[in-house]
Design a binder for this molecule. Structure first.
Ligand SMILES: Cc1cc2nc3c(=O)[nH]c(=O)nc-3n(C[C@H](O)[C@H](O)[C@H](O)COP(=O)(O)O)c2cc1C
Length: 227
């Protein structure tokens, strides 16, 4: 497969944030302390694994460290909103969204990285859960835990770059690695998921001419963890 070289557009395209169909929002608490584990210990111990069910507060804490925006500006080089977060991103655009699908039958939640809020999306929960269980099972042989689906807003990268296709996947890889490292740091298990997850987009009401499913991570409680 040939992938063309990305190039910043001379004149960026017009872009505006997507109006997600949100049913309810759940304000989360920002962590007030952090684990004292050294970075050396984290990078020595990180391994992919699927364990036991995990509570959503732990997932929210993980998301804050791994994906939450620590700063942002309304206009970067391309005149588009940019943000600072733990993962590097093409042009600072942070165009990867995270949708959490818990294994407790609850509705899918979009993580708002600016306000640290879960936004419950309007969707057919049963269909979403069934599709998620089947696809996680097919690539890991297991299904417990919370699935973090990575969904790129291609329109944002495309507004800033010609030949943006590879940037979408490289951004997703950076987010994936960051989530896995932060999970290890926080005492959680994480396993990258090999599927792209395109079948989930229509179930979440996300138009495929704007969004691209770019994989996911299964987050769970390590089997040997207490509590
Ligand atoms: C892009 C990507 C996709 C992956 N997909 C899966 C998967 O579908 N199922 C799975 O069990 N592990 C998956 N993994 C995890 C790898 O199998 C794992 O990283 C590799 O075996 C090395 O093990 P370690 O992560 O414990 O060091 C994936 C890893 C990456 C980077």
């Amino acid at each position: 497969m040939r992938t063309d070289e990305p190039k910043p557009r001379n004149v960026p395209l017009v872009w505006s944030p997507y109006d997600f169909e949100v049913v309810t929002s759940e304000v989360l608490t920002r962590p007030d302390s952090s684990p004292s584990r050294s970075f050396a210990d984290v990078i020595a111990k990180r391994r992919s694994a699927v364990g036991n069910p995990v509570d959503l507060n732990s997932v929210a804490e993980l998301l804050w460290w791994a994906v939450g925006w620590k700063g942002y500006a309304s206009g970067g080089r391309a005149g588009l909103p940019i943000a600072w977060a733990t993962s590097p991103s093409s042009g600072g655009l942070q165009s990867v969204n995270v949708v959490c699908i818990a294994d407790d039958g609850s509705a899918p939640r979009l993580y708002d990285p600016v306000h640290h809020v879960f936004l419950t999306l309007r969707a057919d929960n049963e269909l979403v859960q069934a599709e998620n269980r089947q696809s996680v099972l097919s690539v890991t042989g297991l299904q417990s835990g919370c699935t973090l689906r990575l969904v790129s807003d291609c329109s944002k990268i495309s507004a800033a770059y010609e030949n943006f296709d590879s940037l979408v996947f490289r951004d997703a890889g950076a987010v994936l690695a960051t989530i896995c490292l932060c999970a290890e740091w926080l005492g959680l298990a994480a396993c990258p998921l090999g599927f792209l997850g395109s079948a989930m987009l229509p179930l979440l009401g996300l138009p495929q001419d704007r969004f691209q499913a770019v994989g996911g991570v299964q987050v769970s409680r390590p089997r040997d963890a207490k509590g």
